[in-house]
Design a protein around this ligand. Structure first.
Ligand SMILES: *[C@@H]1O[C@H](CO)[C@@H](O)[C@H](O)[C@H]1NC(C)=O
Ligand SMILES: *[C@@H]1O[C@H](CO)[C@@H](O)[C@H](O)[C@H]1NC(C)=O
Ligand SMILES: *[C@@H]1O[C@H](CO)[C@@H](O)[C@H](O)[C@H]1NC(C)=O
Ligand SMILES: *[C@@H]1O[C@H](CO)[C@@H](O)[C@H](O)[C@H]1NC(C)=O
Ligand SMILES: *[C@@H]1O[C@H](CO)[C@@H](O)[C@H](O)[C@H]1NC(C)=O
Ligand SMILES: *[C@@H]1O[C@H](CO)[C@@H](O)[C@H](O)[C@H]1NC(C)=O
Ligand SMILES: *[C@@H]1O[C@H](CO)[C@@H](O)[C@H](O)[C@H]1NC(C)=O
Ligand SMILES: *[C@@H]1O[C@H](CO)[C@@H](O)[C@H](O)[C@H]1NC(C)=O
Ligand SMILES: *[C@@H]1O[C@H](CO)[C@@H](O)[C@H](O)[C@H]1NC(C)=O
Ligand SMILES: *[C@@H]1O[C@H](CO)[C@@H](O)[C@H](O)[C@H]1NC(C)=O
Ligand SMILES: *[C@@H]1O[C@H](CO)[C@@H](O)[C@H](O)[C@H]1NC(C)=O
Ligand SMILES: *[C@@H]1O[C@H](CO)[C@@H](O)[C@H](O)[C@H]1NC(C)=O
Length: 614
């Protein structure tokens, strides 16, 4: 009974990717590793919970050398309560490079003057290499198609130098078989026009904001432009998937999307909208506005009086669901009817709430027209919005060209350990090997010791390991080092970063996480960890159906180590639990009511969208 208890109390953020709980009780639960029941639900499908020695069906005894259990404890910091943004890392732009094992390093003590490579004395060889490679743009990996604009998804007219990744991503990623619909493209162009007209630096922005400010609580002001301010919460993976959802909401409601990015996200992304910015201007009073009416309060008021008068001009919506929260009814037409009259919404979320918009009668036709292939919604939104900054891009393509480009196949391996203090590294390693060997993602090591003979098949596979802990990359590398494999394939293992533990509000940490996610998204085959939003971002950008590593459950050894996911969409972990009438909607009914949803493979209570044909 203590094995699955408490999900109902969690913000769910705790499960997720590079994400963390926002509620103190949650933290405690987490530390106790006690997981609880959602009242009355079957628990059979939850993969997660306490860790245990993994015994796997195959390959479980692959010996990896040099295991060291000491020092593997990844620390969990809970210093980002409430998703507050901003630390004081101003202008600490670090320059990244990597060593011969493919580990990311930073130059220390770099002064603000060093915007070029001058004055870099450390590791000049590596740096020199990096420079040479990154300036050579005729690399062999260039794919046949050269549709820089990703089939019309991206707008024409950007200054290419200010954001190289936008126009170069097609050189690194295979052409997507899923084209954006003409309707989506026209909606995006319309949105860009609205953003230009109403966004920061426009006169209309000044006028509308002034009006909103002066009528905060009063009857909602009639403004020319309406706004949606996104407030991030939790780790970077959660922030990216929820920002994609928020952008879609902005497009559907003709609102201008503005983001409250603190310094921790400084320099990660390019501006996505032509000739404008999506950053909430520094001077905006809504960076720290208190006393704003909440969505929940509005719903209560509405229920009590049935009146839609007295709507405020500014409303704060917390869509960071947990199963215990009152139903937000965001997926209901009536809620949207109220919300559309409010000129400024401030939305905080860590969820990929896109499915709510497909459920909503207000939006369902529109959004279906935009995304006739529902299972690639994030793929389009993500590629549209998230372009690595030049600094991040320089690193990404250098790393790719040096380590990954020459391989015949690239394997992304994302290993996220949610409760490292109770999960032995060996157990995770066994799980990873059991999965990858069984499904022939990686070959078994041959018993022959001979090093250079018997390499009849020179197929090269490069494995990119993304993990907070260095052990996984190290072990895998050691396992294949100077050994032949039964298939004859040559395996090379790289792990760009090893941060030790998740950090919040930390610009360098986020930068590394973002580069890892992006590199993973360039894989041919992807293995991710169940429930990790970090993995969701990579699979979505890359349009990859990942192999989902199971979380190890107490006293279970019969479960498969991993399972292939059915789409690249992120999982919406906490979908609505009520019909708009207020009646409870059991999970089972959910799927019959909305046939284009399926339960997530990695989280029974979550849903994601499938192709219509399925
Ligand atoms: C895990 O493995 C260790 C060492 O093999 C063993 O001592 C321990 O009892 C195992 N734990 C469980 C729960 O099986
Ligand atoms: C795995 O190791 C255990 C203990 O070291 C041993 O008893 C078992 O036979 C091994 N299994 C395989 C498949 O090699
Ligand atoms: C984890 O963080 C806590 C609080 O900052 C600290 O006391 C502890 O030593 C850290 N543990 C590890 C393994 O770093
Ligand atoms: C961070 O900045 C804030 C305001 O910008 C300031 O109040 C605070 O003291 C700073 N903290 C540190 C550790 O420098
Ligand atoms: C930065 O560059 C300026 C001009 O080149 C120079 O005078 C100054 O000393 C440099 N500062 C540092 C910290 O290197
Ligand atoms: C760039 O790469 C191509 C293909 O790998 C190579 O032929 C060419 O010589 C390189 N150019 C430079 C300037 O390094
Ligand atoms: C908007 O207002 C700011 C000051 O609040 C001012 O600096 C800026 O020039 C104004 N922009 C326009 C386009 O009027
Ligand atoms: C964007 O700005 C550039 C430079 O100011 C200008 O030439 C271009 O026409 C603008 N594009 C649009 C679509 O407004
Ligand atoms: C506006 O509404 C909020 C929440 O209802 C309330 O706390 C605040 O005092 C109100 N402000 C004004 C100026 O009435
Ligand atoms: C609430 O509004 C609905 C529709 O506008 C109406 O049918 C209903 O009678 C109202 N209820 C109350 C208590 O006013
Ligand atoms: C080498 O191995 C790969 C993967 O197992 C296989 O697809 C390929 O056909 C093999 N090539 C040769 C020449 O055996
Ligand atoms: C692997 O081979 C390389 C060169 O062939 C050699 O330098 C290195 O020492 C070997 N490493 C191990 C662990 O045997």
């Amino acid at each position: 009974m203590d094995q699955i208890m408490g999900q109902n109390c969690m913000s769910l953020g705790m499960f997720l990717g590079i994400a963390f709980p926002v509620v103190v009780t949650v933290t405690l639960m987490y530390q106790n590793s006690s997981f609880g029941l959602f009242g009355g639900f079957s628990v059979g499908k939850i993969r997660g919970g306490k860790t245990q020695n993994a015994t796997s069906e195959s390959g479980s005894n692959v010996t990896t050398h040099g295991f060291e259990m000491g020092g593997t404890a990844q620390n969990i910091t809970h210093d980002s309560l409430g998703g507050k943004e901003g630390n004081n890392n101003t202008d600490q732009k670090s320059r990244y490079f990597f060593d011969e094992l493919g580990r990311v390093k930073e130059l220390q003590g770099r002064s603000q003057n060093d915007t070029t490579t001058e004055g870099r004395t450390e590791n000049t060889a590596v740096d020199g290499d990096l420079k040479k490679i990154s300036t050579n743009e005729s690399a062999q990996h260039a794919v046949n198609h050269d549709d820089k604009l990703l089939d019309g998804l991206l707008a024409f007219g950007f200054d290419e130098a200010s954001c190289k990744s936008r126009m170069q991503s097609h050189l690194y990623r295979k052409a997507s078989p899923n084209k954006p619909s003409p309707y989506l493209i026209s909606k995006l162009r319309d949105y860009e026009e609205i953003h230009r007209r109403c966004g920061p630096n426009s006169r209309t922005y000044n006028k509308s904001m002034k009006k909103i400010e002066h009528s905060k609580n009063n009857t909602s002001a009639a403004t020319t432009c309406k706004y949606l301010i996104f407030t991030p919460a939790n780790g970077l993976g959660n922030q990216i998937i929820s920002l994609a959802a928020t952008f879609l909401y902005a497009v559907l409601t003709d609102r201008v999307l503005l983001v409250k990015f603190g310094n921790d996200k400084h320099g990660l992304f390019c501006e996505p909208f032509l000739n404008s910015t999506w950053i909430l201007p520094e001077k905006s009073p809504f960076w720290n506005e208190k006393h704003i009416e909440t969505y929940q309060f509005l719903l209560e008021k509405d229920r009590a009086s049935n009146s839609t008068e007295n709507l405020p001009s500014v409303l704060f919506m917390n869509l960071q669901h947990s199963r215990n929260d009152p139903e937000k009814l965001f997926h209901c037409g009536h809620s949207q009817d109220l919300l559309q009259k409010i000129p400024l919404l401030i939305l905080q979320s860590d969820q990929y709430f896109v499915p709510s918009m497909f459920m909503n009668p207000f939006f369902s036709m529109e959004v279906t027209k935009m995304f006739p292939e529902k299972d690639v919604t994030f793929h389009h939104l993500g590629r549209y919005l998230f372009h690595p900054s030049n600094e991040a891009w320089e690193f990404i393509i250098s790393y790719y060209d040096t380590h990954l480009a020459k391989a015949d196949e690239r394997i992304g391996l994302q290993i996220r350990v949610f409760s490292p203090e109770s999960t032995p590294t060996q157990a995770i390693m066994n799980l990873v090997l059991s999965c990858t060997l069984k499904h022939k993602i990686l070959p078994e090591v041959s018993l022959q010791i001979s090093v250079s003979s018997a390499r009849k098949n020179q197929t090269k596979k490069a494995v990119l390991v993304a993990s907070l802990s260095p052990e996984y990359g190290d072990n895998l590398r050691t396992m294949y080092l100077n050994k032949t494999t039964v298939s004859g394939e040559v395996i090379q293992v790289y792990q760009p970063s090893q941060e030790g533990h998740q950090k919040f509000n930390d610009n360098k940490h986020n930068m590394k996480a973002w580069m890892d996610m992006y590199l993973l998204s360039l894989s041919d085959v992807l293995v991710t960890t169940s429930l990790s939003t970090f993995g969701y971002v990579a699979q979505g950008l890359g349009n990859l159906k990942p192999w989902l590593l199971y979380r190890i459950l107490s006293n279970e050894s019969h479960f498969p180590a991993c399972e292939r996911d059915f789409s690249s969409e992120p999982c919406y972990h906490v979908p609505p639990s009520h019909y708009c009438s207020g009646m409870a909607m059991p999970v089972k009914e959910f799927h019959s009511t909305f046939p284009y949803f399926r339960e997530c493979k990695d989280f029974y209570f979550g849903v994601k969208m499938v192709k219509d044909s399925m």
